[in-house]
Design a protein around this ligand. Sequence first.
Ligand SMILES: Nc1ncnc2c1ncn2[C@@H]1O[C@H](COP(=O)(O)OP(=O)(O)OP(=O)(O)O)[C@@H](O)[C@H]1O
Ligand SMILES: [Mg+2]
Length: 216
Amino acid sequence: MIQLQAITKSFGSLQVLRGIDLNIDKGEIVSIVGPSGAGKTTLLQIMGTLDAPDSGTITIDGTLVSRMKEKELSAFRNKHIGFVFQFHQLLPEFTALENVMIPAFIAGVGQKEATASALELLEFMGLTDRAGHKPNELSGGEKQRVAVARALINHPAVILADEPSGSLDTHNKEELHQLFFDLRNRFGQTFVIVTHDEGLAQITDRTVHMVDGEIV
Ligand SMILES: Nc1ncnc2c1ncn2[C@@H]1O[C@H](COP(=O)(O)OP(=O)(O)OP(=O)(O)O)[C@@H](O)[C@H]1O
Ligand SMILES: [Mg+2]
């Protein structure tokens, strides 16, 4: 599903990625762990086409994305990749329901269909009665689940998550982790999750260890 070949990336004189090769299968849940500064976020951003590598190739769902132009790329990203960040990054002026619907609007889905799929996802997340609330009226765990629903609305083949449970307490953290597995089982999605959480890393299908810009 995701193939990275010989990915390198530097910021000025700092080489952050030193030739990363990684293959991730469809439906796999892979965790990426490693010390702070190892290059995990940089790798995830490059995998998600939010940043470009200096060299190397990226293939996602059979498409060679490393050659694509920005306009094509943003359409590809909107359709194929869902992002979950450490802090939910919901839009404060919009309700939970509207936040979930936004990527569908961007993809050109009509109001009626977008509402129906957003409500279905919120129901799956146990958030039906929170749909009309704005982010500041939701708990941390609820916000994070809304962010996951938003990542899923366009049925992306790949979900990339950067410390998604970093701001959650133990209970909410475990619920969110369970949710990833439920989603994979139900929709067959592929997950790449950067985490400092050993409990999560242990239950994923595979753990990739990064140190100093390399996979060890
Ligand atoms: N835009 C940038 N410009 C310059 N340096 C950067 C930039 N982004 C990241 N870096 C540097 O690249 C290195 C790797 O950063 P990255 O965010 O990938 O680490 P990480 O493994 O995600 O760490 P953490 O666990 O703390 O989130 C760090 O030394 C960081 O300071
Ligand atoms: Mg990081």
